[in-house]
Design a protein around this ligand. Sequence first.
Ligand code: G4P
Length: 567
Amino acid sequence: MSEGLILRGRALAALYGRIPSYHVSLNLGSPLSPLDLESRLQAAVHTRRTFAIISHPDAGKTTLTEKLLLYGGAIHLAGSVKSRRAARHATSDWMKLEQERGISVTSSVMQFQYDGFNINLLDTPGHEDFSEDTYRTLVAADSAVMLLDNRKGVEDRTRQLFSVCKRRRIPIFTFVNKCDRVGEDPLKLLSDVEADLDIACHPITWPIHKDNAFVGVYDRRRQLVSLFERADDHGASRAAVQVSSLHDPALADLIGSESHHRLIQDISLLDEAGHPFDEEKVTSGELSPVFFGSALTNFGVEPFLREFLELAPEPAPRESSLGVVQPNDEQFTGFVFKIQANMDARHRDRVAFVRICSGRFEAGMQVKHVRTGKSIRLASPQQFLARERTAVEEAWPGDVIGVMDRGTLRIGDTLSEASDLEFSGIPRFAPEHFARVVIGDPMKRKQLDSGLRQLTEEGAAQVFFTSGTETSGPTPIVGAVGMLQFDVMLHRLEHEYGAMCRLERITARYPRWVTGPVAEIERIARDRGRMLLYDAKGNPLILFEDSWGLRWALERETSVTFHEVAP
Ligand code: G4P
């Protein structure tokens, strides 16, 4: 198998010594009787949890991911400070590292098992310039864990990602990290989160302090106290977890009567004045269950994981063009949320990441590629564990599999065993930066076009033209959500397609897709000499010069409709 499919998790995992080879699911034989299929499908759905961690850089996502994998048995020794820094480095200096070590910064998936659950942890790039990739990954997740630094609370990027989750109405869990050092008062921190994000919070675990040091957590749902031992090796081995009840007199001896008193006071306050736990509100994303801990010292991570797996939703039903698809539907369906190409420069392989929505996936099965109506065979399907990718024989709703693709699949495509349903798609966000692509050698135009087509299909770039009828205008215009995406584009155009280019930045950066009468759209663009562009599907988009111009148009131009995401 090629070395090419490298997940960001490898950045962590590659640095640890022994990683067991690990298979998420095994071939248990086929064909299945309908009854077998039904019961196995139910059991599989019941134990699947598919989620992503959202956070501002530096809140501790890499560290927490590493600890979760540790509990999943994927990594026996959690990483050292040095390795974590190397992993984080990958996000800021990706190209060099990508070349040298094959580390990918784009989203990928890590699968592991814990306590009878099969977990798909969707990783997202740390760098905000890849936020489009993150948005798409969130569409494949059934819930999100919002990670906060206990001194900083909600930060810019947390806010951005939170709003994407909120739009999708998925459950959002909160993990307040870095509790090993003194941070904001937990009550104040939560009230700030509530005010800032307009979401109610319900702490499931609560920090216990002794002499200002974080010594454990109290689990309100289970009425359990977990005390931790601070290991010299920063939690590099499994933390010991001792449990007793809140009113156990031994607890006062352990943490001192002052801390005990404060804990009882805090919990009574939460019981009386806080938001009560309400499962429905959790499911609809209105109430966030909150946990406290420290990923670095491994305090509170396991109590979080246990509760989270129980409270987090199973794979959710999904809207489609033919109605809601239930995960227990026996017919296999799924959609592509990510395409990663040329992961192995020698083979030009291209892997499409498919989130399974219903039914049973079986290696080699023929499925319908709904957009083209063609039947395709899903070749060499794989599942992932940090460092490993393993051939998969079967997979279930909630799972993510990677399938080899020869250029047929695109982001958002639906795959279905039989029917013509299509999932409602993956939002394409308006880019915030635009530039003209100027080719160094005009003889390489073909290479440029094929590179741009590939990058567009992968979602790594958005390409626009100045005429709705051309698909390769004289000077294509590219759009990106973050500036770093431009560097990636130029690098890949040159190294993968042999088309050396430079970019001429366009200053206008407030785009909106527009629907309505063509004459009106053209008039609005012409009025102030604005740029009228067309995306690869021919949808018109107006580029506004500044936020004032955009606001003005939004308020007054009522004959057309403006869209922030592609219609
Ligand atoms: P990120 O992926 O969200 O960007 O964060 P990452 O895990 O890399 O952690 C960012 C910094 O926060 C690191 O410190 C890391 O050690 C620290 N950190 C993570 N979890 C905790 C925690 O529970 N408590 C404390 N006190 N610190 C934590 P750094 O100094 O920036 O890097 P390093 O030298 O530790 O690698």
